[in-house]
Design a protein around this ligand. Structure first.
Ligand code: NI
Length: 258
């Protein structure tokens, strides 16, 4: 069975066939799914899905591009929701300087990233980190708050192999998705070869980032075998070994998942 560590089935792209698709997951080899919140509404829909399906767990947190949703009231809601038996992580949280160039907003992103990391520490949940074009600030902030004491995954990893090794040293997992199948993804392929298998998680970030040969189409967890196959080829092991290791890794990280 495959452990899907990062999906957005609350996305409107799934509105016309969500239930049909999710009902087919387990018979198609997808054993567990973490549905990840982005804005406040997505967090609420995430928990609805987690309560509707046994094999779906939720991550609640506000994405750096959605921090206009955050205030003390929403923060309090996140904290209360963290104790739900189906809440497996705080996420996705982090920094995104690709979509946000304004330095004042970037500074607010750092403030809320830090607050949500502290929330994860307080409620003893792992974090799902989103970091895009903010490599230096992400690492600096994480070191500053002793993030090595907070378990987590850097999702949709897009930086250098060297930096990945730095995150691994801090105890972090590295989320690998469809991008690894793209011909031009040289850095990511190198990263996959270099980091320990014990640190790799499989993820889609669906509906985005479909792997080859479905690049450009709507993504779903059903495409994860393509991602596992590419990792297997890069590491010279079998696809099943990748799938089994990534499943075990996810259970180690997301301790509330049964
Ligand atoms: Ni995502």
């Amino acid at each position: 069975m495959i452990f899907e560590s990062h999906a957005h089935y609350d996305d409107k792209q799934f509105d016309f066939d969500r239930d049909e698709l999710l009902s087919s997951m387990q018979s198609s080899g997808i054993g567990r799914i973490i549905n990840v919140g982005s804005d406040y509404d997505a967090c609420k829909s995430t928990m609805d899905l987690a309560h509707q399906y046994d094999f779906i767990y939720g991550a609640v947190g506000i994405h750096p591009s959605d921090i206009q949703d955050l205030n003390e009231e929403v923060y309090k809601w996140l904290k209360e929701t963290a104790s739900d038996p189906k809440t497996a992580a705080i996420g996705e949280i982090g920094l995104d300087y690709y979509w946000e160039k304004d330095s004042e907003v970037q500074s607010r992103q750092r403030f809320w990233f830090s607050r949500q990391m502290e929330l994860a520490r307080e409620v003893s949940l792992p974090v799902i980190i989103h970091s895009r074009e903010a490599a230096e600030d992400t690492l600096k902030l994480m070191k500053g708050i002793h993030a090595d004491q907070i378990p987590g995954v850097v999702h949709c990893y897009s930086y250098s192999p060297e930096l990945a090794e730095e995150y691994v040293k801090m105890g972090y997992y590295i989320g690998i998705g469809g991008v690894v199948t793209f011909k031009n993804a040289k850095k990511l392929k190198e990263t996959v070869k270099r980091i320990p298998l014990e640190r790799i998680l499989l993820e889609t970030d669906c509906p985005y980032l479909s792997p080859e040969p479905n690049r450009g189409k709507r993504n779903s967890s059903l495409n994860l075998p393509y991602v596992a196959e590419e990792i297997a080829v890069l590491r010279g092991i079998s696809q099943q070994e990748v799938i089994d290791a990534a499943y075990e890794n996810a259970l180690q990280l997301f301790t509330k998942v049964k």
